[in-house]
Design a protein around this ligand. Structure first.
Ligand SMILES: Cc1cc2nc3c(=O)[nH]c(=O)nc-3n(C[C@H](O)[C@H](O)[C@H](O)COP(=O)(O)O)c2cc1C
Length: 345
């Protein structure tokens, strides 16, 4: 089964994907394949001021994620996609257009779910984007419609779009539902039955466990399953492995080091030049940080969103979380993590 780590702005950055890929390599079932995607990147920002947004595309060579973009203007969408393919194409396994994001910021720029409103115009964009790429496969990420009434039109739209896409990932909720409410499995199952054979159909929405992903994927004969919320606190969700608390701690510490080190590299002059970072460079940076426990950076503060998700469900974590808010150096954060897990191992 193709298992996809759903793209998430501010979450699925280079370090988090690297960690997920490492955990997958260690514990995967042999029938499964992990597919990664970058956070989405605004194409107009990329063309105007690449330095400001290129961090969305950072990756290590081995990850080969799909580069996800959003925008509204056909000309700049094509220009950006062609530029990514020409300049950085070797780093990615495809280019994907987001057509389903409900964020107000994204929709204000006419991107994401706005593209569901004028379907004929969007179909032209999809066709032209796919035809302008020379070697990277083109895909879209979509929703099942604007609302209940739009579902039938959206279904026909996706069937037609499948002629131009190698993959369509569908979030099984309407724009009106946002990120909550029932997901429509039948929609995706039916879509898989009628789309072009050369287009894979990937399900997304409210998958909470590995077994559930495999079960639904097989039941609806899908090509893959995409997971977001349940993956943020559990990078093992793409594997059948049940970790010990000691393994959980090791993964959190590795994530911390990857996160802080790749942030340092991407903020450097060198980081401005390339959308890829060598894993060797990250490992070197990790060695330096380990020798400097007093090291402090904004990435340590950002990392709290992962830390608090990791300890979700573990009892007595409230006091620890409060202490974590005052831990400002790498050494303090690392020691608090170790202390927390030593207590429960
Ligand atoms: C904070 C946040 C950021 C997201 N960023 C992206 C993004 O960059 N690209 C995208 O296609 N979807 C994005 N999504 C949507 C998720 O990829 C996914 O479709 C959604 O969370 C449903 O999956 P789930 O039910 O497994 O959580 C984002 C969602 C959230 C809540």
């Amino acid at each position: 089964m193709q298992l996809c780590f759903a793209p998430m702005d501010g979450i699925t950055n280079c370090a988090t994907r690297q960690l997920t890929a490492e955990v997958f390599a260690k514990y995967k079932s042999t029938e499964d394949k992990l597919i990664l995607r970058t956070e989405f990147m605004n194409v107009d920002g990329f063309l105007r001021n690449p330095d400001g947004v290129i961090h969305h595309l950072y990756t290590t060579a081995s990850q080969k994620p799909i580069a996800q973009i959003y925008g509204w203007n056909e000309k700049t969408l094509i220009e950006a996609a062609v530029k990514i393919e020409r300049e950085y194409g070797e780093s990615f396994s495809g280019i994907e257009l987001n057509t389903g994001c409900p964020s107000v910021t994204v929709m204000k720029c006419w991107g994401g779910s706005e593209l569901m409103k004028n379907k004929m115009r969007t179909m032209n964009i999809i066709q032209n984007l796919s035809q302008n790429l020379t070697f990277l496969p083109f895909s879209i990420k979509a929703r099942i419609g604007l609302n209940e009434e739009d579902k039938a039109d959206q279904f026909d739209f996706l069937v037609q779009a499948s002629q131009y896409c190698c993959k369509i990932s569908v979030h099984g909720r309407t724009l009106k539902q946002g990120y909550s409410g029932d997901v429509d499995w039948e929609f995706i199952g039916n879509l898989k039955c009628v789309v072009s054979d050369r287009c894979e159909v990937i399900w997304n929405g409210w998958i909470l466990a590995y077994d559930q992903a495999i079960d639904y994927g097989e039941r609806y004969k899908l090509d893959g399953i995409m997971i977001w919320q349940a993956a943020i606190w559990n990078p093992r969700i793409f594997t059948p492995h049940q970790p010990t608390n000691a393994e959980k701690m090791d993964v959190i510490l590795r994530h911390l080091e990857l996160y802080v080190s790749s942030d340092l590299l991407s903020c450097s002059e060198r980081g401005k030049l390339y959308p890829y970072i060598l894993l060797d460079e990250i490992e070197e940076q990790i060695k330096i940080i380990r020798k400097n426990p007093d090291f402090s950076s904004h990435a340590l503060v950002e990392f709290r969103k992962f830390l608090f998700a990791y300890v979700k469900g573990i009892s007595d974590s409230r006091e620890w979380k409060t202490r974590m808010l005052t831990a400002s150096t790498y050494g303090e954060v690392r020691d608090e993590i170790v202390r927390f897990f030593e207590r429960i191992v």
